[in-house]
Design a protein around this ligand. Structure first.
Ligand code: HGY
Ligand code: MN
Ligand code: MN
Length: 412
């Protein structure tokens, strides 16, 4: 496909939720999310695709009869982390509409229905649990727990949905819908620089690292910053500061990743010792043993430090995602297809590299239920979850070509 065609559709969606200082704020069920959903419905209408929402707020646009066979699902998510990049999520949805356009222009017709999905709250940016829409659909999270999740302002998911006219009572597993899906292929911007290093516009995923999020509660005693002697303090900020360094050290020693990127302090006053600090640990590793080593080391070091600081420390999981190995047959079929495809269309050999990722995706959740694959599009900065995330129009167009070839192979 030509790059202008990609740019035309991309430019329609691109301004939604864009912040004046750069980056995006597209929390689920926000104004920006509703505008993205309206855009999705409009795209479906313009193409005569049947558009529907499932009981969990995930959207679908069907080419072919909904639920009438082993559908091939593609798509991704609209929501972003706060100040996130433009491509993480939306690229998979825009590319899906363009891939269907390309198939139609080439005269292809699906023998199995093709559906484009927009999954809800993939980032967990508003309600804390990543891949919430796909977890609900597959029964990986209890709907009562999901309804009660709160955002930073104390609004529950149930309230946020009701405010937009959606019905939170419907939330829950959707085995019938799951059974109607024969395969899922999610296209996503790469969140690293491996494809850039290999000079490849498109890659194929083989695995997602095991990962999770843990809530950390540090408790102490609020007091005056100007009058409380240092030996008399029980300052949870000290234990928190130690925890940030301990996370980094344990990850380095074990060979994984650990990040504390979110923190809240009470009362959050310059001239008062904090009473409580709450933070969230994100940890990921190439395998479960390394992840577990990071957590065990982290918990014991921070507990020991809290004893010395006279503070309290508690850690509890909010979401845990086991390792995902994508369907080997589907992965190899796609890699073989793209080896000729990239050579022909982009005059380069080497095909589509196969690579793992430390980032979570709805594809990782669906992979436990249906054969699933992921395509990655080169990101020259390698940056993601930040405004510098990038992809050239040329590579995005190559991604659409690759997705169209995969959908043709699987469904036409
Ligand atoms: O990997 C993540 O943080 C999210 O699930 N995309
Ligand atoms: Mn993301
Ligand atoms: Mn994503």
């Amino acid at each position: 496909m030509d790059t202008e065609e990609f740019r035309r559709l991309w430019d329609e969606l691109d301004p939604i939720g864009r912040l004046p200082g750069g980056g995006y704020l597209r929390f689920s069920w926000s104004e920006a999310d509703l505008a993205c959903r309206a855009w999705f419905q409009e795209q479906a209408r313009a193409r005569d695709l049947t558009c529907e929402s499932d009981r969990n707020g995930n959207l679908y646009a069907w080419w072919g009869e909904p639920g009438s066979g082993e559908a091939v699902l593609t798509g991704s998510h609209f929501d972003s982390v706060p100040h996130g990049g433009a491509y993480d999520g939306p690229l998979g949805i825009v590319s899906a509409f363009l891939a269907i356009d390309a198939l139609r222009e080439a005269g292809d017709r699906p023998r199995r229905p093709i559906a484009i999905a927009a999954f809800t709250e993939e980032e967990g940016g508003r309600f804390g649990i990543p891949c919430l829409g796909s977890r609900l659909m597959t029964g990986a999270i209890d709907p009562d727990r999901a309804r009660a999740l709160t955002d930073a302002g104390g609004t529950t998911l149930a309230e946020a949905m009701r405010e937009t006219g959606a019905d939170p009572e419907q939330l829950g597993p959707d085995p019938e819908r799951l059974a109607s899906i024969g395969a899922f292929v999610e296209l996503h911007v790469e969140q690293g620089r491996r494809l850039d290093g290999e000079d490849a516009p498109v890659g194929v995923a083989n695995a997602i690292w095991p990962h999770g999020r843990w809530r950390l509660d540090f408790t102490g005693a609020a007091d005056h910053a100007g009058t409380t002697r240092l030996p008399d303090r029980r300052d949870p900020m000290l234990t928190f500061a130690f925890a940030v360094l301990a996370a980094r050290k344990e990850a380095r020693l074990a060979g994984g990743l650990a990040t504390i990127g979110r923190v809240e302090a009470e009362p959050n006053a310059t001239n008062a010792i904090a009473a409580t600090v709450t933070a969230w640990l994100d940890a990921r590793a190439p395998d479960e043993a390394v992840l577990s080593a990071i957590l065990t080391g982290f918990e014991s070091k921070v507990t020991e430090r809290a004893g010395r600081d006279g503070t309290g420390f508690a850690i509890r999981p909010e979401s845990e995602t086991p390792v995902v190995e994508f369907d080997a047959g589907l992965r190899d079929r796609i890699a073989a297809l793209l080896s000729t495809f990239t050579a022909r269309k982009h005059r380069r050999g080497g095909g589509a590299p196969i690579l793992p990722t430390g980032a979570g995706h709805d594809a990782g959740v669906l992979a436990a239920h249906v054969p699933t694959a992921m395509l990655f599009v080169r990101n020259p900065t390698g940056v993601s979850h930040a405004p510098r995330e990038a992809a050239s129009d040329e590579d995005c167009a190559a991604g659409v070509d690759a997705l169209a070839a995969v959908l043709r192979d699987l469904a036409c």
